[in-house]
Design a protein around this ligand. Structure first.
Ligand code: PLP
Length: 395
């Protein structure tokens, strides 16, 4: 069966060059980077090279990069690790309503443990207002955590402006850049970011590897204690092949960023326009043009369930994702779509396609050929659609 992968915001395939390099560090250069012998030294050297590569992609110095087990751990380390030392200054934290659960749940955990939390809403495009953040700042605000680009609707936040505001008020600024790394230029200094989360598996690197950028002078208390690796900030024997793969993926992402963005923007617009032209009662979720990630398409298709759409697409080999999270057996609509003001019914019928380097125009044509047929078939089973259609015909 034909297979079309359009779920790159969930994860990406590992680049062959990355995988080949990693294999060397699994089977030949497998030393522990803490060992003093030559095996250890060659692993250590490659680890430090990877640190340089990650740092370079975000405009940091290598000393400011701590490797972690992924974006989730980096978000936890940034938030929990920083507030412990900041607590003497205050206990108020600000975040946004559309953060990834790795940030939202971590902030909520702190809110249950004595911190005060303000969650800033977004507009109907999924964008934060800098003015709203300004108004939420208090003398006891110690941390502001805002994502660079949203994983569901691709909205890009005005990070440099928010960073300027945070700096003016002396507030530590954390940015989750998991979805923007390799897709948008990032410069932690230009953006006035103090802590920045990145992850390997969204940029054609391995899963289970990420990093936290920690600006020189900002203190994070470790969450993982032990042998004192990563300058005592994250203990545990380093996932050397994974980290080396992540470094290589960063290098490749930097080289290919412009080309990738051009290619994916073209496919994104083709897919979005094609859906709008061939299916009625469709709403595009998220911003347009420059304010949207080049690889994100998110639409709500009325009178169909997102899950049914997903399953039907999957039967034709097309992998996408829906705006619902299946938690404890119930289908909850996405908190991001709800925060953007969508009603439950419309949020339920939403689909996310996230494009990648290897997708082709022909694959988009295949989706545009199949999706309208699926929608038509599913709507035949919808009494509500039937009603709306009758009303339309009678008019
Ligand atoms: N933050 C965002 C915005 C994400 O999209 C993800 C993963 O989907 C994460 C954090 C978590 O990263 P990881 O899967 O590396 O733990």
């Amino acid at each position: 069966m034909r297979r079309v992968y359009l779920d790159h915001s969930a994860t990406t395939p590992v680049d062959l060059e990355v995988a080949t390099l990693m294999m060397t560090y699994y089977t030949e250069k497998y030393g522990n980077p803490s060992s003093v012998h030559s095996f250890g030294r060659e692993a250590k050297q490659a680890l430090e090279e990877a640190r340089n590569q990650v740092a370079e992609l975000i405009g940091a110095t290598p000393q400011e990069v701590i490797f972690t087990s992924g974006g989730t751990e980096a978000d936890n380390l940034a938030i929990i690790g920083s507030v412990e030392t900041l607590r003497k200054k205050g206990n108020h934290i600000i975040t946004s309503a559309i953060e990834h659960h790795a940030v939202l749940e971590t902030c909520e955990y702190l809110a249950k443990n004595g911190f005060e939390l303000t969650v800033i809403p977004v507009d109907e495009e999924g964008i934060l207002s800098v003015e709203d953040i300004r108004k939420a700042i208090r003398p006891d605000t110690i941390l502001l955590s805002v994502m660079h680009a949203n994983n569901e609707v691709g909205s890009i936040q005005p990070i440099a402006e928010i960073g300027k505001l945070a700096k003016e008020h002396g507030i530590t600024f954390h940015v989750d850049a998991v979805q923007s790394l390799g897709k948008l230029p990032i410069d932690v200094n230009e953006m006035n970011v103090d802590l920045l989360t990145v992850s390997g598996h969204k940029i054609y690197g391995p899963k289970g590897v990420g990093a936290l950028y920690v600006r020189k002078g900002i203190r994070v208390v470790p969450l993982v204690h032990g042998g004192g690796q990563e300058k005592k900030r994250r203990s545990g024997t380093e996932n050397t092949p994974g980290i080396i793969g992540f470094g290589k993926a960063c290098q490749l992402a930097g080289q290919r960023m412009a080309e990738d963005a051009k290619h994916q923007t073209k496919l994104r617009d083709k897919l979005m326009n094609g859906i709008l032209q061939s299916i009625d009662h469709v709403k595009v979720n998220g911003p347009s043009g420059e304010k949207r990630l080049p690889n994100n398409v998110n639409v709500s298709i009325r009178f169909v369930e997102g899950e049914s759409l997903l399953l039907s697409l999957d039967m034709l080999g097309i992998a996408a994702s829906s705006g619902s999270a299946c938690t404890s057996g119930s289908l909850d609509p996405s908190h991001v779509l709800l925060a953007m003001g969508l009603v439950h019914e419309i949020a339920h019928g939403s689909l996310r396609f996230s494009l990648g380097r290897q997708n082709t125009e022909e694959e988009i044509d295949y989706v545009l050929e199949q999706l309208p047929k699926i929608v038509e078939r599913l709507r035949m089973m919808s009494p509500l659609y039937d009603q709306v259609n009758h009303i339309k015909q009678a008019q």
